[in-house]
Design a protein around this ligand. Structure first.
Ligand code: ADP
Length: 504
């Protein structure tokens, strides 16, 4: 049966007003301007195919203007001269404004990305607010050190006085993905601004709307002109121009491993600093003594939340043979309970995937697996008038060499594999070029911590999955990335160290 999705209008007046204001512009030097190309492209509601707004198609000329603006702002009195306390206060104001507009931003995010309103309103928009609040507190706690040295060749009678200062890295290009648009933008903007950097934000082409609304709110908060510029457009044009631009000092990127690798080459001209948060193929390991009342819904949420369009999605489940059947049955029951629909409909658990292209990709992994002998235990079907929905899907009888076991699907598809021994499951879990995250489900404290030490991943959750907070560092081992976001380490991404050594 094909899902028929009726359009749902946003409830908040301000969301309707934002969508109705005509073709969107770029934010450069504090002004909303038309793209140099004069062109726009449509941002689509993936549930209904309706055009939500026209987005400015930026290109290299706009990137030049945005970089020049960010460079000027970096040394401006308004920004460099702002006291650290006032910089923190400004971040706090941005948080307050996002909070005041949380209903509106959640509705815009849901319409643009497809996710359920619950996910936007109770997960991601609060997550964005938390980023600004957390890094607001860092702005006036960025400290250098005084360092006693053992240098002995200073002129007789003289001493050495040495210290470090921490300086903002400069002009930052923040290139963000389409899965959690406002949250991902905030994870870069908040620490970059706390450090005193200036930013050019390039949101993903499928989901630019909340970034543009955030731009308006940041201006309302009093952000000096040019400190944040927003250039919408395609990765191959705007993204590539930012990556190659000599006026950009640093790239903060979240996206696919393939694009992350392309950035390495593009960024080498001026040796840009790079933070790369890339793909994953995260295992969820359920031991024989797991509390299945906790594990079944937890593992299901770990893969199906946001339609599996989550970099840390637990897409490979390994279940001890003694509880394998119970787990598969439990996950299948969770999968069939989830209601597909328009993200804005109150009873929807899973909206459409972000685009037809993405749903087709997911379908091709499932079909490839089926052709190779995998068994589809639940779901498996692409759905909806526009082919943008995908049923929560459970696959068994896979082999480790299948594409669906090795590559990031970024959809609601999970493979469940039985195991017998701890060493065996650790080898299976680590048999991936990715190393983003993992979860362990067990009642045994020592098994949990012993295994956590053996897993090659940036985050290991125990009896939970996809638990995030700005305090918890987040990053990838292996081909899942370079560097860490969140926590004090997230701020380090945007700082340089200067050593001053004086003979006095
Ligand atoms: P996906 O393949 O899932 O869309 P991407 O890694 O391509 O993920 O996208 C993440 C972000 O990177 C988006 O904002 C996209 O526009 C941008 N992007 C894509 N290609 C490039 C590129 N060659 N250079 C810089 N940015 C890019």
């Amino acid at each position: 049966m094909t899902l028929h999705i009726a359009p749902v209008a946003p409830k908040t007046e301000s969301a309707r007003a934002f969508l109705a204001t005509g073709p969107k512009r770029l934010l450069i030097d504090g002004e909303w301007i038309l793209p140099a190309s004069g062109r726009h492209f449509a941002s689509i509601d993936p549930a209904t195919g309706a055009t939500l707004a026209m987005i400015g198609e930026g290109d290299a000329a706009d990137v030049d203007a945005a970089v020049a603006s960010a460079r000027r702002a970096f040394t401006s009195d308004a920004w460099r001269g702002m006291t650290p306390t006032n910089r923190g206060r400004l971040l706090g104001k941005i948080a307050d404004l996002i909070e005041a507009h949380a209903d509106e931003l959640s509705e815009i995010e849901t319409l643009d990305q497809g996710k359920s309103l619950k996910t936007a309103r109770f997960g991601e928009i609060p997550g964005a607010i938390a980023q600004f609040r957390y890094y607001a507190g860092f702005a006036n706690k960025i400290l250098g050190e005084t360092i006693p040295t053992s240098i002995g060749y200073q002129p007789p009678g003289k001493k050495i006085f040495a210290y470090t200062t921490r300086e903002p890295v400069g002009v930052v290009a923040a290139i963000t993905p389409w899965n959690s648009p406002l949250l991902m933008a905030s994870m870069k903007l908040a620490p970059a601004l706390a450090a005193g950097c200036t930013v050019i934000l390039k949101p993903a082409e499928d989901t630019s709307l909340t970034a543009l609304r955030l731009g308006e709110l940041m201006i309302e908060a009093g952000l000096p002109k040019g400190v944040v510029n927003i250039v919408t457009g395609y990765g191959r044009t705007v993204g590539a121009a930012l990556a190659a631009h000599d006026g950009v000092d640093k790239i903060g990127f979240t996206g696919s491993t393939a694009t992350g690798k392309a950035l390495l080459g593009a960024a080498q001209g001026n040796l840009k600093r790079l933070t790369l948060e890339l793909g994953g193929k995260s295992p969820a390991i359920v031991l024989a003594d797991a509390d299945l009342k906790l594990a079944v819904p937890g593992v299901a949420r770990g893969i199906f939340a946001n339609g599996g369009q989550v970099c840390v999605a637990g897409s490979r489940v390994y279940a001890h043979r003694s509880i394998y059947d119970a787990l598969v049955e439990g996950l299948a029951s969770e999968a069939t309970k989830l209601k597909l629909g328009h993200g804005l409909a109150p009873d929807t658990d899973l909206g459409p995937l972000v685009s037809r292209r993405q749903a087709d990709r997911v379908a091709s992994y499932v079909e490839g697996g089926r052709a190779d002998g995998a068994e589809i235990v639940a779901g498996g079907r692409q759905d909806g008038e526009f082919g943008t929905f995908f049923e929560p899907t459970i696959v068994t009888n896979t082999r480790p060499d299948m594409a669906l076991m090795r590559e990031e699907i970024f959809g609601p598809v999970v493979a469940v594999t039985p195991f017998d021994e701890t060493d065996e499951v650790l080898a299976l879990a680590n048999d991936s070029r990715y190393g983003l995250a993992a979860s362990l489900w067990t009642e045994s404290l020592s098994s949990a911590h012993r295994m956590a030490a053996e897993i090659r991943a940036g985050t290991v959750w125990i009896n939970c999955h996809s638990y995030f907070s700005p305090e918890l560092p987040k990053g990838g081992h292996k081909e899942s990335g370079w560097g860490y976001e969140n926590g004090a380490q997230g701020l380090e991404n945007y700082l340089e160290t200067k050593t001053v050594c004086a003979v006095i």
